[in-house]
Design a protein around this ligand. Sequence first.
Ligand SMILES: [N-]=[N+]=N[C@]1([C@H](N)O)O[C@H](CO)[C@@H](O)[C@H](O)[C@H]1O
Length: 791
Amino acid sequence: MSPTASLRESIIQHLRYSFGKDPEHAILEDWRMALSYAVRDRITDAWIGATGKTYDSGAKRVYYLSMEFLIGRLLEDGIVNLELVDEAKAVLEEFGKDYGTVLSDEPDAALGNGGLGRLAACFLESLSTIGCPAHGYGIRYEHGLFRQSFVDGRQVEQPEHWLEQRHAWEFERPEVRYRIGFGGHVDRRGETVRWYPAEVVEAEAFDTPVIGWKGRWANTLRLWSGRAIHPFDLDRFNHGDFAGAAQPEALARTISRVLYPDDTTEQGKELRLKQEYFLTAAALRDILRRFNNQFGDLRKLPAKVAIQLNDTHPAIAGPELIRVLHDERGLSFEESMEIARGCLSYTNHTLLPEALETWDETLFGRLLPRHIELIDQIDSTHAKQNPSRMNSMRADHQVKMGQLSFVMAHHVNGVSALHTELMKTTVFEELHTLHPDRIVNETNGVTPRRWLLACNPRLAGLITESIGEGWVDDLEQLKGLEPFIEDTGWLDRYAQVKRDNKAELSNWMGTTHGLHVDPEMLFDVQIKRLHEYKRQHLNILETIAHWAEIRDNPTADWTPRLKLFGGKAAPGYFFAKDIIRLINDAAAVINADPVTAPYLKIAFLPNYNVSLAERMIPAADLSEQISTAGKEASGTGNMKFALNGAPTVGTLDGANVEIREHVGAENFFLFGMTAEEVMERRKVEGHAWKAVQADPRLKRALDLIRDGRFSPGEPERYHGITANLEGADYFLVCSDFTDYWRAQREVDTAFKDTRAWAKMAALNTARSGWFSSDRTIRGYMADIWGAQSLL
Ligand SMILES: [N-]=[N+]=N[C@]1([C@H](N)O)O[C@H](CO)[C@@H](O)[C@H](O)[C@H]1O
C-alpha cells in the first residue's frame, strides 16, 4: 500500500473509531485529531523501538531537566520528520480540507517564556534526530504562557487554555506517580537522619514522544502533573463544606497549574520554589527507579546517567540526590556528593543579576528543611576542599543557586563564546579560578527541521533541489549553495522565495489583523520577549526619528520599510509594558500619516509565540538583534533569521558575534559598543545626556515622545521612558543611537540593490549551518555527557 493510501486508511480509521465520525460529519478539530493520531501511531512505533534499543544496549542516558519546554505545535513537526507532507496534503485535499487550516487548529503548547524554553524543545528534537537516548523532564502546566492582546495599545493578559482542547500528543501514565514532600521537620537518631514532610503531593507522569528526522528514533518528554493523594474529602462534603471537600485536589493541582511568566528575572515566590523541587524530586525518583531496574550499583550512576540542569531552576537536584543517596540509601555524605557531582552539569543562560536565583534562607528552610542542611554541608565541604575560597553559597542569609549549581556540577557551560568568557570574569570569577577546567562553551543552536524545512518550504525546496536533502540533518552542507549564489538565475529564484513568503505574511496580516502592507517594503523584524536589555525602545526611537526625517524631506529616495514587532512583557514589568504601548501609539500616528505612509509602516502583532515566529521569520528581510553588548547570553532568534535569509542589524553581543564570523562581516550590519566599551561608557558621567546633545535626531525623537505627540490625550504618558533614557539609561540606548541610525541607513542603501541584497541574504543561509542544534547537542554529548548515538 502506498504511503498516501496507508495514511488515508489510518485517518479514516481514527475518525471513525477514535472520534465516532465519518468524513461527511467530521469537524475541523476531528480532522486535526484523526490526522494527529495517524501520525502519532507511526511515531509510537519508532518510540517503542528506541526505548527497547536503549534498554538492550545498556547505554548511558541523558536527562534534561527544565522548568520550560516551549514546544509550540507538534502535528506539523511529526508530519515533516516522518516525511509525510505530500501524503497528508493529498489525503486532506481529497476530502476538501486545507492542510494549513488543519495544522493551525492545534493550540501551541506554550510551556515556556522564550529562548531558554525553546532551546530545550530544539534540543530534544536534535537528541532524537541524532539517536541519543534521552528524557526531557518538565512540568505539565495546565496554563502555559499567558495570551497577549492589546486594548488601546496596552498589553492585556488572559490565561492560556491549551488543555481545554483535545490534545493528541500525550500519554497519561497513571502507574508512574511519586509522592513529593514539602515543609515538616528533620528527625535525627544517631547517624540516621529522616525528613518528615508536612505536606505531600503526588507527581503523575504524562509522556510525549519526541520524533527525530526520518522517524528513526524517538525520545520521551515526561511532564509532571500535581495530584492529591486523597483528592476528595467526603467528610467535609457531608458537612456541607463543598469547597472544602474539593480543596485537597485544588491545592495539589496548584503546583502545576501555571507557568511563571517571567523571562530572565527570578520570582522568589514560594510556589515557584515548590514547582522547582516538585519537578526535580519527581525526575530524580524516576531516574533512580529506571537505573535500579537496570544497573543497581549506585556507584555506576555517573557512568550511566547524565543530568543537565537547564539554568538554576532545577539546581535543587544536587542536594536532593545527596539526600536520597545519603539519607535513604546509606552512602556516606562525601561519596553521595561525588556521585551526584559525577552526574550533574549546569547551563547558565544569563548574567543579569536579577535573573540569578537566590532564595531567602527562612523560606527555603521552611519548605525544604533537610535540603538547607545538606547545602550547608556541601558549602563547608567545598570550603574545606578550597581553603582560599572567599564567597559562600550561603552568604547574606540567602541560598545562591548559581553557586550551588556550579559546585555540584562536573561541567558548567555558557551558551555563546562571548557569554562563556564573560561568565569567567563576572558571576563565576572566583569559582572559575578555583575550578579552571569546569566551564566550557556550547553555543546555542536551532533545529533546522522546524526552523527551515517546516516553516519555509519554498526555501527548503529550492535548497534540496540544488544540493539534495542531506542538509536537513547535516546543516553545514548548506555551504554547498555558495556556487549557486554566483548564478544570477538561481539568485533570482532565491529572491522570489522571499517575495512569496512576504506576500503570504502580508495576506495573513490582512485577513487576521486588518493590517494591509505592501510586500515590496523592507520587512524589518524584531520579535522576542520585551526587556530593556533587548532595546525595543532603541528600535522605536530610531523609527520615530526616521519618520520625522521623511516628513522633512518626503520626496527623497527613501527605502519603504515595514517595522514589525512581536513579544510579550512579563505582567509585572511595567517599563516593558510601557514600551509596548509606545510602539502601538507611535504606529497609530505614523501609519495614519499620508506624507510618510508609502515609506514607513509599523505593526505590532499580538500574542507572539512559536507558531507566529514560524510565520514571520521566513518573510523577514532584516533581523533586529540590538541588545546592549554583554547582556544577551546568546539569542536563538538571530540564528533562525540568518538561516531564513534575513541579514542581521546588530551589536557584538551573544551569538551575534559568531553569526557575523560565520556569515562574513560584509553580510552583517554591525553597530554599537562592544561589551568592554559598554562597561567604560557607563563610567562616563551623564553619558545619556551627552549623547542626546550630540545627536539632534535623537533629541527630536525624545522631544516628540515627551511632548505627547503619540499620546495627545496624555502628554506625560511616556515621561517614565524619556526620563530614564535621558537619565540613567543603564542599557545605553542613547549612546548607541547614532551608530544604530548609521547602520539602518546603510541597510536602506543596500536593500535598493535587489541582487546584491539577495546575495547577502543567500550567503546568510549558506553559512548558518553551524547554528544547528544538532551541532550543539553533539558538543554536549562529547564535552559534557559522554553519551553516544545508538543510530
Ligand atoms: N533565561 N534565560 N536566558 C535566555 C532567554 N532569555 O531565555 O536563554 C536563551 C537560551 O540560552 C538565550 O539565547 C538568551 O540570550 C537568554 O537571555
